[in-house]
Ligand binder design. Structure first.
Ligand SMILES: O=c1ccn([C@@H]2O[C@H](COP(=O)(O)OP(=O)(O)O[C@H]3O[C@H](CO)[C@@H](O)[C@H](O)[C@H]3O)[C@@H](O)[C@H]2O)c(=O)[nH]1
Ligand SMILES: O=C(O)[C@H](O)COP(=O)(O)O
Length: 309
């Protein structure tokens, strides 16, 4: 590993959380926390994710919001019944036509919430540990310099105990080791479970699709350096595993965002995959949107918040 990455790993990796919820509530002081669950057709899992976090409201967590990404199933009804506030992506910044994708709803969530600290948790998690949110918040609440905290975990795949995180292992971490070796110590760069300061998150652009995590990591690194980043062990994370073809499109989005952040050219967003029809293999080309949203602060100046470094 790169020497800077090794030093960062040694000093900014929490292999276990050494804090309790009560200690975090005491350390929180006047700061406020928003937890955001992005959701696209997650009626099977969203209630379980909400239930794992709801007991923290209103002590450690001040607001728990599901940001719906245009679900056509019963996600919204299930989330409301489970006690969450639900924001539709067009409820905020409604003069802007929504772009498709997860990054778009995370970006809009900045306008839909008010916490000084934000925690993002995917809503397709299966049996999430109730300590995910307190564990992610620990370094932000207890260490003054930290601005972005990524979760890491063991990742089961289907019925196997491990082997998940296919895009992470086959593309994201190899890519970082080439383009940004200082970040080679990040165990789960694509983790959908992470926390950050509003000060940082409103100062950086958001990729509108699946590039959002790699983009935030690269931009956060540029902005606050390795000392501003941390990672915490969340234990085990199970989620709805997507088919390989869908992960190909995801990987293409992540690659485009990473190249753009590193100042490298990328062809416009499309990916051709090949499908077998009877005895023939035929091309199937999907558009891969790779647009960015600008830093939220450019749209909504918030003078009460400290300026970014
Ligand atoms: O257009 C979309 C697509 C997804 N989601 C939600 O985003 C979360 C993660 O999406 P998913 O399709 O389950 O992604 P994963 O296959 O889990 O992909 C991994 O890698 C992605 C790329 O870095 C990250 O965004 C994910 O958080 C991470 O878990 C889920 O709650 C989805 O409902 C949306 O809100 N809108
Ligand atoms: O994060 C990833 O690498 C992708 O979401 C794929 O995850 P999976 O292999 O666990 O489905």
């Amino acid at each position: 590993m790169d020497a800077a990455a090794r030093a960062w790993f040694a000093s900014r990796t929490w292999q276990s959380a050494g804090w309790t919820v009560a200690e975090l509530v005491a350390a929180k002081g006047s700061r406020t926390v928003s937890v955001v669950l992005p959701a696209l057709n997650e009626q099977a899992t969203v209630a379980g994710v909400i239930a794992s976090i709801a007991p923290l409201v209103p002590t450690l967590v001040d607001e728990l919001v599901v940001v719906d990404s245009g679900s056509t199933d019963a996600t919204v009804e299930v989330a409301l019944a489970a006690g969450a506030r639900v924001v539709h992506r067009t409820d905020v910044l409604s003069d802007l036509e929504p772009l498709p994708g997860k990054g778009e709803v995370l970006w809009r969530s900045l306008a839909a919430t008010s916490g000084d600290l934000l925690v993002f948790v995917d809503s397709d998690l299966v049996d999430p540990d109730p300590m995910f949110v307190p564990t992610l918040l620990g370094p932000l609440l207890l260490e003054p310099d930290i601005q972005l905290v990524k979760g890491f975990y063991r990742r089961p795949l289907s019925t196997e105990d491990s082997g998940g995180g296919r895009v992470t292992e086959l593309m994201a971490r190899p890519l970082l080791s080439v383009l940004r070796p200082e970040l080679a110590g990040v165990i789960q760069p694509l983790a959908g479970e992470y926390a950050g300061t509003r000060r940082l998150l409103e100062a950086v652009p958001f990729a509108s699709g699946y590039g959002v995590e790699i983009g935030l990591l690269l931009d956060a690194h540029e902005r606050v350096g390795l000392p501003g980043l941390a990672q915490v062990n969340l234990g085990v994370r199970r989620h709805r595993n997507q088919p390989l073809a869908a992960l190909g499109v995801m990987a293409r989005q992540i690659l485009s965002t990473a190249l753009a952040r590193c100042g490298l050219p990328a062809a416009p967003g499309a990916l051709t995959q090949f499908v077998q029809v009877a005895d023939e293999w035929l091309p199937d080309t999907a558009a891969v949107p790779t647009a960015d949203r600008p830093p939220m602060r450019q749209l909504r100046p918030s003078p009460s918040l400290p300026r970014p470094r």
